[in-house]
Design a protein around this ligand. Sequence first.
Ligand SMILES: Cc1cc2nc3c(=O)[nH]c(=O)nc-3n(C[C@H](O)[C@H](O)[C@H](O)COP(=O)(O)O)c2cc1C
Length: 369
Amino acid sequence: MRSSVLDSLTLPLVQAPMAGGPVTPVLAAAVSNAGGLGSLAAGYLTATATEDLLRSYRTLSDAPVAVNVFVPEHHRAVAADLQAYRSALRSWADSQSISGEVPAVPAHNDDEFDQKIAMLCRSRPELVTFTFGLPDSVTVARLQDVGVTVGVTVTSEEEAVAASTNGADVLIAQGIEAGGHRGQFDQSAAPLDISTSDLVQRLAARTRLPIIAAGGIDGPEKAQALLDSGAIAVQIGTLFLTTEEAGTKPTHRAALLHAAADGASTVLTRVFTGRPARALANRFTAALDDRSVIGYPQVHFLTAGIRAAAAAADDAELLNLWAGTGVRGCRQESVSALLARFSSLSVRSAPPGDAARSVRAHVAEEVSR
Ligand SMILES: Cc1cc2nc3c(=O)[nH]c(=O)nc-3n(C[C@H](O)[C@H](O)[C@H](O)COP(=O)(O)O)c2cc1C
């Protein structure tokens, strides 16, 4: 059991990995240097680019860091569905004079999974977390053998049991409120409608693994309630998107701040990437939701040209504005101001449920094995 990385935190708060640009080494280091845990995001990057990020992080902080990896999809998209969605996207874009290329349907790719695992075994960040699937037990053991703690993102009890069976040290319990992609192992399934709070309680009763609660946190009250339900830490994404240290696209940042002020709603949609994800509703989600298909990662590449053109034109209506339901808590602020809002968080000494016991005692017991 290697969750000592979480046990050593002075603030039980993990900055969520957020692939696609928002997470910078400066952001992750600001969180870890303040006693929380920063996470780098390897998704969409090469193994070499991920290693460069980790090196940059190490120049900014000696504190622990997490690196997050996408597990390659088991469910392969149906070719005819992808072609149909490409046609729908093209005719919609043409009819609306939307710029940005819609390319031919690309081949499936595994996001350099094997290269990333090899690199992480060499570089040894303190924690490696996975999303979009279940890493096999050999991969989990390879990382653990070189001293890396392994976390798996789960969205249901069944996924938690499978992660535990494959040797995970930590579970990231992602509730339905979370911003960005659902981490569910099977992209073709309808997202399970379980709140973060319910999921944490169910997992605390079912497993002895430490649980990090992710999804919908809008401020310290919600975060503390999740810790009181049995989580050892909370993982926050959306609120970090509007911090000064984040690399969030200006259009996305402005939309989040606008939503925080005016109360815009979020939707779960496959329109941008083919995998369910929570985003602010906009013209893109409204126009294409009923034609969307199961198709990650290919749909991500089909929409990339339109999204890049939208970002360049500062058009929030055509961009994937990932956001959790906690978006109301977004502020334009520094990481230190955000963390100050959460400075009073504390982990309860004994989680409720059948597994009731001190998380710290549990960790100590496992470490001494
Ligand atoms: C912009 C954005 C990008 C995300 N990218 C990733 C990612 O690369 N890997 C991952 O495990 N989770 C990713 N997530 C999900 C977060 O890990 C986390 O579950 C979520 O942010 C928690 O909900 P919240 O946004 O309501 O705080 C992303 C979330 C957002 C908002």
